[in-house]
Design a protein around this ligand. Structure first.
Ligand code: V47
Ligand code: SF4
Length: 373
């Protein structure tokens, strides 16, 4: 094994990673330019096992995309609609509460709530939505609003980002999802999402959230115009903020789905790129505890394989997903707990149900809930 590894042209980098020494920009770029996926994966897997043992986490959750109406027009997005578009929607409180109640009956421990930047919904709508859900389901964690939505809410509320976050936290917000990060490089944002907040602003919103004790996730949307250099720059920026705040829980690479977008001439990502992004992220993000495969985007089979390339979490039951499915995802919109457990066990890992903050969810009462699912 050692002999084979030594023959690899990236042996020096893999050895550094194995010795838990921090990788630099040039190291990351060289990893992306290498096709030695198995050796990169081998070391990523050893780091994953060092951090998380044989555990593979999953969560019983429910996505609620409260509205697809958005004032931005990101070129990679097939989900958003203009207000006048007949396919635009905004759920009313009754519909949102119905979805939350159904998820509660199914044993959900998390609501994942994101939407477009609606030009007219008032700030009160968001506060009332959190209040209503939190009052009815106080034990279910609300993970809501990307950093991009938080910036939008602060603008419509006429408040600073920190004061906006404080109000949302008082109303029941538990943590922030990792969306909206895309790729931080200004030249990529200029091409794909010029109206969106800058990468620096995304990081600043997260910094302010972490400083208030709100944890969050982080993402990177890959498989379009970005270069290996852009990806590594993105990962290093996340690593720097994590050094400062320690507020990120997990990193989730998001594979670009081109169908029905303005970038529909792009092909879907390949398994080689998907696994390289996963394994290299595991090697670069030495201060992130968790690496998540969002099976909806990655596909069920590759998500299972990713458990041997650095991933320790395959997200959850989800129940309804609109963003990737608008862009042609061919995965289902939900997975049962039984199916998630089977995938994890067949990968030789130990399934552990987690809550949003990665506490294991266990106990007899839990078993009783799950028997009814
Ligand atoms: O911000 C938009 C991305 C994100 C497309 O934090 C697309 O646990 C692929 O962030 N193809 C929203 N991706 C989803 C997201 C997420 C998902 C699951 C878990 C978590 C978490 C976060 O989806 C957007 C954008 O970056 N996106 N369009 C597309 N065509
Ligand atoms: Fe709007 Fe988000 Fe879609 Fe961009 S990615 S158009 S901000 S919903």
């Amino acid at each position: 094994m050692e002999r084979l590894l030594k023959q690899s042209s990236i042996y020096d980098i893999l050895q550094k990673a194995e010795q838990q020494k921090r990788l630099g920009f040039e190291d990351g770029v060289r990893l992306f330019k290498s096709n030695d996926l198995l050796h990169i994966g081998l070391v990523a897997n050893s780091i994953r096992e060092w951090k998380n043992g044989n555990t593979a986490y999953y969560i019983i959750n429910r996505h609620i995309n409260y509205s697809n109406i958005c004032k931005n027009q990101c070129k990679f997005c097939a989900f958003s609609k203009k207000q006048e578009d007949p396919n635009g929607y905004a759920m009313d409180m009754l519909e949102i509460m119905d979805k939350a109640a159904a998820a509660s009956l199914e044993g959900a421990t998390e609501f994942h709530i994101v939407g477009g930047l609606h030009p007219e919904l008032p700030f009160d709508f968001y506060v009332e939505m959190l209040n209503a859900i939190h009052e009815k389901h106080p034990d279910i964690h609300i993970q809501a609003f990307t950093a991009v939505e938080i910036e939008h809410l602060s603008q419509i509320a006429g408040l600073s980002v920190t004061d906006t976050l404080k109000k949302l936290k008082e109303a029941g917000l538990g943590s922030l999802p990792g969306g909206g990060a895309e790729v931080f490089s200004p030249h990529v944002r200029e091409k794909l999402c010029p109206e969106k907040i800058s990468g620096e602003r995304w990081l600043q919103v997260m910094r302010e959230a972490h400083n208030l004790g709100l944890r969050s996730n982080a993402t990177m949307l890959y498989g379009h115009v970005e270069t290996p250099e852009d990806r590594i720059n993105h990962l290093i920026k996340l690593r720097e903020l994590q050094d400062e705040t320690g507020g990120f829980m997990s990193f989730i690479p998001l594979a670009f789905h081109p169908k029905n977008t303005e970038l529909s001439f792009y092909a879907n990502t390949t398994a080689m790129l998907d696994l390289k992004v996963i394994a290299i992220s595991r090697l670069m993000l030495d201060n992130f505890d968790h690496l998540k495969a969002f099976w909806i985007m990655l596909g069920i089979k590759l998500s299972q394989i990713s458990l041997s390339f650095g991933v320790d979490d395959i997200d959850g039951t989800v129940q309804e997903e609109k963003i990737t499915h608008a862009a042609g995802a061919n995965t289902p919109e939900a997975l049962s707990v039984t199916e998630i457990i089977r995938l994890i066990r067949e990968a030789g890992r130990e399934p552990v149900e987690r809550d949003t903050l990665y506490n294991p969810v266990t106990g007899k009462s839990r078993d009783a809930v799950l028997q009814g699912v």
